[in-house]
Design a protein around this ligand. Sequence first.
Ligand SMILES: [Zn+2]
Ligand SMILES: [Zn+2]
Length: 251
Amino acid sequence: MHLDKRDFRDLLFKVGKRSLELAFPSSIYCICCGNLIDPSRIYALCDDCLQNLRWANERTCGKCGKALENERKNELCHDCQQNVHWFERGFTCMQYGTKEKEILHRFKFNGAAYMGSKLGKIMLDRILLEELKIDFVTAVPMHKKKQAKRGYNPAELMAKEVAKGLCVPYNGQVLKRNYYKAPMNKLDRNQRKLNLIDSYSASVLYDIHGKSILLIDDVYTTGSTADECSKALKEAGADNVFVLTLAAGVN
Ligand SMILES: [Zn+2]
Ligand SMILES: [Zn+2]
């Protein structure tokens, strides 16, 4: 059998996935700490992790959805008081701390694609609380090269689960990542904004006029990625863009 480069990469990915699945079966270990759990546990989380994850279920910013410090009187976070966002509202499930970082790191960098459906269920339950009218779900796209290297787009795996649960289509083509720029994690707010200008555009293949779209990403930090994607969708005619992330930095 002759394998070209791509077949080989797919094969490696499958083998890698299978060995990970053997070492770390998705159904009996906690997706956060790796402890043995009863397979029926909600979100595949053990009791400890379920309690210790910092769920964003208290006061959150009325615009971006970040958790607010308790003593704050204002209903908007500092960032949303100063900056205008392109999306209507943002929602998140957890505050982005050490434990939450670990989960996302394992999901993004350890080939743990199976975590997508578990984390997607958490996001689905969060967004079901809002009773929004959504026409379709999309995810922040990764650059093609990066996605090929990783084998999957983590945001897309979660978004598919959310779309399934909402009984609406998932559209993975409507947003395009235009070109590859510097990694964002070392940049400050202004550098991020500059780095992202025109990084995303909406595909002309879809008529999204008047649509309400749910945009999924893994983490919300300064909101610049969510904003750039929302801007592209709004400029292409979308009526509403809502942003849902698994975790968000605290304001
Ligand atoms: Zn655990
Ligand atoms: Zn905010």
